[in-house]
Design a protein around this ligand. Structure first.
Ligand code: ADP
Ligand code: MG
Length: 661
């Protein structure tokens, strides 16, 4: 069953859904609302609170009239009877409702009541009475795809038999008396009551954790059962490579390298997590291990979460290894058909030693000759439901995961304790603290002066704004507006470019190239630059609407600067949330910051959770739902122990982490 098989979804809609990262029917039905509107109708009377948005039922008593106030600004007004009070109703701009509003029509109004003027200022009109409390799902969506449309697609998909796949085994389903999966998903999108919604959430959270922990426990078990290949390389050759590196490894890096090499040489299949704060230098550890793997006669694959990062890894790594006869290739979506085909062929013939790319590497057509090592960068970024596996004949490759773990240590320990871990605690020496300042919008002038000074010194600047997805709440800065303001401020004398997720890959690469080379001075971007991007000459980052981001995300973003020994500065621009943002002024320590982030985050309030985007869980919140995680963890172990023949559906999800089996 594919998206196009669902009623109402055509090619245009598919394009838009893809932009929301919805590719499969399962993605669609688990595209959960980020918020709910609760409509609780009440009887209008003299005592209602004028400050509060209320919901009332009314009957239209006069033909609506439209007033043109000025261009693009219209007012619709009519008289209505609400609970025996005759009131005036006004509504701005949504005048297209006009044709539905006849005398005698029963409507439901959402808005505020001004007693003195006896006027109800409506922000929303529903075309029938609401007799009981209604909870309505609100989704993050994009232009061209309305909330109601998205909701309807989901509703059209849900009744279809093949769309829902339940991952909670029957014995656990019975133990916890969960709602069944279909009911639970339906409740998530169209809740009957707060209580049923709560039950549905509970089940969804548990299932998400269960799958996650199942994957981790599976990796652990698998490695105990199945032997890998013991790799052999000439120590001397590796020594030569090590002495060619442009810097000395930090002690933690050296230890991590030793851990990886030991695993590589052993018959045990490597399953290692390299954990280290932003800028701690994880890439070099990966590179050295891949070089050792090449010297042993095997191919390596490195997967990055974004194309920008993949390209950057390609350049850095190729530079380091090319003199040693190691052949590196980059596989991205922007390659020409012919180039693409060529790479695939070389890969099969063993003419490529290291392949770098995005998760596109995990596709049917990508087949290796003898893949011996798979490395996943920024592991926490990859979707929990990532599907597919690497194609390889016969050999079981070692696996390394790299992560800046934007979660506090206690949580990290609980989740990852069953994996072998190498921790990189300290950053390379010579790094200065990134000076961080929280500034109000009104203090921008000083920030601009700082930017100009830095540009005059030959340095470069990142400017970050929330992505377009987050725009619906209120007026936020966006990359295009900022480009205009900055162009005006610098009188078009400074080269400024814009980068966001919707730009085509090829163009994205060119924009990054121009920034990397120093031609572009200011790069205005969404969080596409959040992970891994490494431009050493960038010394300042300005983040607008900083209140929209989790502290861990801000810390990652800030990590784009301070990548050499130059003084670096981060400005967090926000009129809100000063207390929380101050944590970043005070600390440069990723672990401390993620702990504070968790402490200060509002309790996982059902009707207004902040989108933090730090972890890949769609609905679970590590802090709020930690107890559920503990249960899911133990249950997943029991399940794996008790089952010898895993059902097909589990095999599919487990392949996605094992990459190959
Ligand atoms: P992350 O752990 O965030 O992925 P990177 O691997 O991108 O960090 O490294 C950050 C920067 O530090 C890179 O520019 C890299 O070249 C540099 N670097 C890494 N290790 C060292 C070291 N031991 N000494 C000096 N610079 C280093
Ligand atoms: Mg990195």
């Amino acid at each position: 069953m594919e998206l196009q098989d669902i009623k109402g979804i055509g090619t245009k809609s598919i394009e838009r859904l893809n932009k929301l990262n919805i590719f499969t029917v399962e993605d669609l039905i688990t595209y959960y609302p980020y918020r709910y509107n609760v409509y609780n109708p009440l009887a209008l009377n003299e005592n209602v609170d004028e400050q509060e948005t209320i919901v009332i039922n009314a009957t239209i008593e006069s033909t609506p009239r439209i007033f043109y106030i000025r261009r693009n600004f219209k007012r619709l007004s009519f008289k209505a009877l609400a609970n025996n009070l005759l009131i005036n109703v006004v509504l701005f701009n949504r005048t297209f409702l006009y044709k539905n509003l006849d005398i005698g029509k029963e409507v439901c109004l959402v808005g505020k009541y001004d007693k003195k003027k006896n006027t109800f200022v409506a922000v929303e009109i529903k075309l029938n009475w609401l007799t009981e409390t209604k909870i309505e799902a609100v989704y993050h969506t994009i232009k061209g795809l309305k909330n109601t449309q998205l909701h309807q697609f989901i509703m059209n998909a849900l009744p279809l038999k093949e769309t829902v796949c339940d991952y909670i085994p029957t014995f656990l389903q019975e133990k916890y008396h969960f709602l069944d999966k279909r009911t639970s998903i339906l409740e998530m999108h169209q809740p009957h009551s707060k209580n049923t919604l709560k039950q549905a959430r509970l089940r969804s959270i548990y299932e998400e954790f269960f799958i996650f922990m199942l994957k981790i426990n599976y990796l652990k078990n698998r490695n105990e059962k199945i032997k890998g290949v013991a790799k052999n390389y000439e120590e001397e050759k590796l020594e030569q490579f090590l002495s060619s590196l442009p810097f000395e490894l930090t002690p933690d890096q050296a230890t991590a390298v030793q851990d990886c090499l030991k695993d590589l040489k052993s018959e045990k299949r490597m399953n290692r997590l390299i954990e280290g704060d932003v800028g701690s230098g994880k890439t070099i550890v990966a590179t050295i291990t891949m070089v050792a793997n090449t010297f042993s006669g095997y191919q390596s694959a490195l997967m990055a979460p974004t194309e920008i990062l993949a390209k950057q890894h390609y350049e850095t790594i190729n530079n380091l290894v090319k003199d040693f006869g190691i052949r590196v290739s980059l596989l991205t979506g922007s390659l020409k058909k012919k180039e693409h085909k060529e790479i695939l062929e070389k890969l099969r013939n063993g003419e490529i030693d290291i392949l770098i790319g995005t998760h596109a590497l995990i596709s049917e057509e990508v087949a290796f000759k003898n893949l011996g090592l798979v490395i996943t960068d920024e592991q926490h970024r990859f979707g929990v439901n990532q599907r597919g596996n690497l194609q390889n004949k016969g050999i079981l490759p070692d696996t390394i995961y790299m992560s800046a773990t934007p979660i506090p240590r206690t949580y990290a320990l609980t989740i990852y304790q069953d994996m072998d871990t190498s921790l990189i605690k300290t950053k390379p020496s010579g790094r200065k603290e990134i000076k961080t300042y929280v500034k109000k919008e009104s203090e921008l002038k000083g920030v601009l002066e700082h930017i100009l000074k830095e540009i005059k010194m030959g340095h470069q600047i990142y400017v970050v704004a929330p992505s377009i997805l987050e725009q619906e709440e209120r007026n936020l800065h966006d990359v295009n507006n900022l480009k205009e303001s900055f162009d005006t401020a610098f009188q078009h004398k400074v080269k400024i470019e814009v980068l966001h997720g919707k730009i085509k890959s090829k163009e994205k690469e060119e924009i990054m190239d121009r920034f990397q080379s120093g031609e572009t001075k200011i790069l205005i971007a969404t969080t596409v630059i959040e992970v891994g991007v490494d431009v050493k000459n960038a010394t300042t980052i300005v983040i607008f609407n900083a209140e929209m981001f989790g502290l861990a995300t801000l810390h990652q973003l800030r990590g784009r600067v301070g990548r050499n020994d130059l003084e670096s500065t981060c400005f967090l621009i926000s009129d809100y949330d000063k207390e929380r943002l101050k944590v970043l002024e005070e600390s440069n320590d990723g672990f401390y910051i993620s702990e504070q982030d968790f402490l200060m985050r509002r309790e996982g309030d059902l009707f207004g959770t902040r989108q933090s985007g730090d972890m890949v869980f769609k609905i679970a919140d590590l802090k709020h739902d930690f107890k559920i995680l503990l249960y899911a963890k133990e249950d997943s172990k029991i399940f794996l122990k008790s089952t010898t023949n895993l059902e097909e559906k589990y095999q599919t999800i487990l392949k996605s982490v094992s990459h190959i089996d």
